[in-house]
Each structure stands twice: as C-alpha cells, then as structure tokens.
Design a protein around this ligand. Structure first.
Ligand code: M6R
Length: 365
C-alpha cells in the first residue's frame, strides 16, 4: 500500500527516519552499542579479525565502500571491498585472519551468493551477512547475520535499505572495535551521532519541495556529474546510480580530486555538476575543486553544510543541509540525492518503481 504517496519509492524514502529507529532498536541503549542478533562465537571471531573483505553489488556495494572509510579510520583494520561479479571469477588472495562480509537487501543476489560460497572454501575466519531478508539464502549460508530492519522494499531503486545498511555497518564496525578494545569515548560519540540521525534525516526530508523545484534544472540534461570526497565519494556514486536507474540520464561520480585527471574536459555550461559538501576535513580541498569547475563554466549544484560558507553565485546554486556529525553525514546527504533523482524521474515520466530492464532481485547472473 502506497498510502498517501504516489510511488513506493517516495514512500520508502520518507520511511527512513523510522527505518533508522527500527535498525537501532535494542542495539543502541544508554549510549552503548550492542548487537544481539549475531550467531554464537561472533565475539571471538571479531577479536581475532585482522582484515575485512566485503562483497556486494549495486547499492549494497556503495554501502560497503562507505563502511571501508569507517573501518579503516576507527579500527585501523584493512578493509577490502569488491563487487561480487568480479570477486567470484578471479584468483583471490585472502589476508590472514580475515572476516568475509556480504551485504544484500534481498539476500538472493546470484553473484553475491556465489562469492559467499567461494569464500567458504577459502579459509576466512568466518562469514557474515548484512541482510534485509531474514529467510534468505545468504542468511542461511552465512555463519553470522546482522539483519537490517528496513522492512519490505518494493521500489526497484534501493533507498531505505541503503540507509539501514549504513546504520547496520556502523553498528558492526563498533562491535568489532569493542572486541578489540575500541575506546569507550569513540563508541559514545558514534552512539550520539546515531541517536540524532532520525531527526537529521527528517530535516533533510522536510526540504523535499525545494528539491522538487531544483529537479527542473536536470530534466532536460543528458548527463550529470556527481562529486564527493572521502566517505562522501561513495554517496556521489550512489547518487549517480539512482539518477541513471530511474531517470535514464547518464550520470557518473568522481572523487573530486580526480577532476584534473580527465573529467574536467567534460565541463561546459551544459554540464550540471552536483557536489556533496559536508563540513569535514576535506571541505577546503573540495572548495578548490568547486572553483576548478566554476571557472570552466560548469553549472554547480552544491549540497553544503550550513556552516560551510559556500555562497550561491554565478554558476553555483547552494542547497543548505544540516548535519552536525561527520560520521553520519553520508546518511544525511543521501536523502537529497534520492529525492533529486525521484523528482527528475517524475518530470521525465519514467516508471519510477519499475524502471525499464531492471529487476528488484537479481537472482541470475
Ligand atoms: O539485493 P541486493 O542488495 O543484493 O541487490 C544488489 C543490487 O542489485 C541493487 O542494490 C541494485 O543495484 C539496486 N537496484 C540499486 O538501486
């Protein structure tokens, strides 16, 4: 039932504050993070984990890429991320004491499943799935399961499942950290950020109308570039996937530092460039990247923290986003990206919930 919403996708986008609450329920109590749903023996495996290999496809792969930034930053454990269709067919080398993690909304994606089966023959410490479907093949085949609690996702374009994956991966990261002596102060600061996440997501959703207005600037375009840096680079990738998937506009994401290495050649006044610019240690670098694009005539749309001090001017439209906590900023900035692709698709008149040529669950390769 779509309720008051025109499409399942829009309903699912608006469910995200609740999805975050559900995913945290019973797992974040008194500023402490405790995951109760993992199988027996998980803590021993986590204590021994010296490397993490994550495998996924599509949107779930983008969630994995964000988690890599967190895991290496907070735990200093090497984290490798690869798409399942590549991993399953090549000779792979396993680092000693590695934990193998799959991420999947459906738990039935053929390539991810095949990668999991391969991993079980490869001498990993254990296999864990971050999954939204409790009765799925991946849950059955994995040693450990962390359920995302996004509820049923009907729109082919994944939205709320992505947010639930990110929240779950953050809980997993802290849990592995705690098995290895992560400082309590770090756990507390992450817990605080997570506690505020539903209201920050709600504030971003409250800007839907303004984003709908903005979407008119994209509907006639044939291409769009998305830029981010650090943990927002995968968010730019996810934004590009969403736009391609439902509006059929060609979109690409770049780490903003890569501009000079090729994509700057694409910039002219016809090219819209969307930038995710939260306040973090890369903001000043990102501002120089914005200037590189502006001075070449690109049309910039910058989603920036209110305090970032980037002003709308010739060629730059700034869209203010409130996000107080750096670690959860990827989840907050995802919201306007989802809304933007949704409203562009509405103008284009595509079948938002069932985009052409795509299936919700990719059970064949
Ligand atoms: O069910 P999974 O998370 O394993 O699915 C992976 C991808 O097929 C999926 O995320 C796909 O990319 C979505 N349509 C993206 O919106």
């Amino acid at each position: 039932d779509k309720g008051r919403f025109r499409h399942f996708m829009l309903k699912e986008i608006f469910e995200q504050p609740q999805v975050v609450n559900d995913t945290l329920e019973g797992r974040l109590v008194n500023h402490k993070i405790i995951i109760e749903t993992l199988g027996a023996n998980a803590n021993k495996v986590f204590a021994d984990t010296k490397a993490i290999q994550i495998i996924a496809c599509g949107t779930s792969y983008h969630a994995a890429l964000v988690a890599k930034y967190w895991i290496e930053d907070y735990l200093q454990i090497p984290c490798l991320v690869e798409i399942a269709s590549e991993y399953r067919y090549r000779q792979t080398a396993v680092l000693p004491n590695s934990l193998f993690v799959t991420i999947s909304q459906s738990g039935e994606t053929a390539d991810t499943m095949a990668a999991l089966k391969k991993a079980k023959e490869q001498g990993y410490l254990g296999t864990l799935t971050v999954c939204n479907s409790p009765a799925s093949s991946m849950v059955r085949e994995s040693d450990f399961t962390l359920l995302t609690r996004a509820g049923t996702e009907i729109g082919v374009a994944s939205t709320k499942a992505f947010t639930a994956q990110l929240v779950s991966l953050m809980l997993l990261m802290v849990t592995i950290g705690k098995a290895q002596g992560l400082e309590e102060s770090k756990e507390k600061s992450i817990a605080e950020a997570l506690e505020h996440l539903p209201s920050e997501i709600q504030a971003a959703l409250d800007q839907a109308e303004a984003i709908e207005d903005l979407s008119e600037r994209f509907a006639e375009k044939h291409h769009t570039l998305f830029l981010g840096r650090g943990q927002q680079y995968p968010i730019a990738m996810e934004a590009a996937l969403k736009l391609k998937e439902i509006s059929y506009i060609h979109a690409e994401a770049y780490a903003a530092g890569e501009l000079k290495h090729g994509p700057l050649a694409l910039i002219d006044k016809e090219m819209p460039i969307v930038v995710v610019a939260p306040k973090d240690n890369l903001l000043e670098k990102l501002k120089s990247n914005i200037e590189e694009v502006r001075s070449r005539g690109g049309q910039l749309f910058v989603f920036a923290d209110e305090s970032a001090n980037i002003q709308s001017s010739d060629g730059i439209t700034v869209f203010p986003i409130k996000s107080q906590y750096t670690i959860t900023a990827p989840m907050v900035y995802t919201i306007p990206m989802q809304l933007l692709s949704y409203y562009v698709a509405i103008i284009k008149g595509t079948d938002v919930d069932q985009p052409r040529n795509l299936a919700k669950s990719v059970t064949v390769e």
